[in-house]
Design a protein around this ligand. Sequence first.
Ligand SMILES: Cc1ncc(COP(=O)(O)O)c(C=O)c1O
Length: 446
Amino acid sequence: MLALIAGAVEDRTARGIAAAVSRLVTAGSLPSGARLPTVRDVARELGVSPTTVSEAWQSLTRAGAIQTRGRSGTFVGGLPRQRLRYAQLGGPSLGTDLSTGVPDHDLLPDLTDALKRVGDGRLTTSYLDAPVLPALEDVLRDRWPFPPEQVTVVDGAMDALDRITAAVVRFGDHVLVENPAFPPVLDLLDTVGATVVGVPLDGSGLQPAALLAALSEYRPTALYLQPRAHNPTGVSMTAERAAALARILADFPAVTVIEDDHAGDIASAPPVSLGGYRPDRTVHVSSFSKSHGPDLRLAAVGGPAALVSTVADRRLLGPGWSSRILQAVLLDLLTSAETTARVAGARAEYARRRDALLAALAAHRVTATAPDGINMFLPVADQQFAMVTLAAHGIAVAPGTPFRAAPLPTDHVRITVGLVRDGFDDLAAVLAGAARPRTRVVGGSR
Ligand SMILES: Cc1ncc(COP(=O)(O)O)c(C=O)c1O
């Protein structure tokens, strides 16, 4: 393959190498799934620096022609592994779909009055207006868990993470994530050619000793974490743990901390961030999807001006800004006493549902984690068996595998407990059966 690539390269710049490999992929000479030689080997063969080849690989990754799979290597074929599709794997046709990770529609605030109040929608008078409604920015700054240098508004937490990642992470960088992690974030990091390192969690957040070891070994560019209601485990970082992690990170000033507070106001735990300790290196994302509605498509990004302005400026070359009409709806919701009470009610109801299912499972001696948010991570003896057993009862859940950033000691399934309104004892009985080891058929050949 080295000879094939070398033979195709006419221009030994990064652009020329990328163009040659791209032609080989299009012609089918480099088939989808083929493993590319290492950057170093290609550089040696072509007599160029590894940086040049790395740049070529980077633009091929951006173009979707190749993808890096961590230490396994770089492969032909654009699409990331698409863990993103994990939720549908359970099969939407099943009667009870607990695979989705979405909030309960009936616990979201009604937008009718807010929509009426924002009225005629003449908010967007100029392309040159500030991307964030000034009154909304004031409210966001008041709510922020640390004084942010700059705040902007984007189309949801994933939009924020996508754009922050583009600004911070370079092809081949090491990046730390929680293990388990949110599958679309793992996909996103695959897409930009980052090498992901999973750091274990305990009940208070990232484990300090493991974080220190990973920082020392990999010298990562960034640390991605979910400060509250971690998806899938439900863990919220305590204030003490945040302080401990910040002490460790103080020796690694180059690391950008990217916080995805995706659960926002439905999290029971108080707001928490490392931003108070390292404001110049922490960018915090606050989503309103779970609390006020996924289709508002709004999240705020706050942190160091250098980073937040990079995100906002790059967006000016795309959508420009997030709809000011929707921003006005959000402002109305955030400043309405009635909506605030409704969101508090949703938060309490999610807590009741988590506690009820955990208690019902405990009666079957089954331990799962769901301390906060809308998800429960249930250890099972065998993921496949668990999913099939649950499907036989008409219940879809998400498989645990796509959440793995590194091996975990057991299999898991993720259950969106926030959607379970009643019938906790019956559900727990089925879950307990699904969590058990596959039963052997006596005298059978399995
Ligand atoms: C951890 C995590 N991050 C981000 C998101 C997506 O949030 P948004 O709807 O704001 O894009 C989710 C949605 O479930 C999530 O669980």
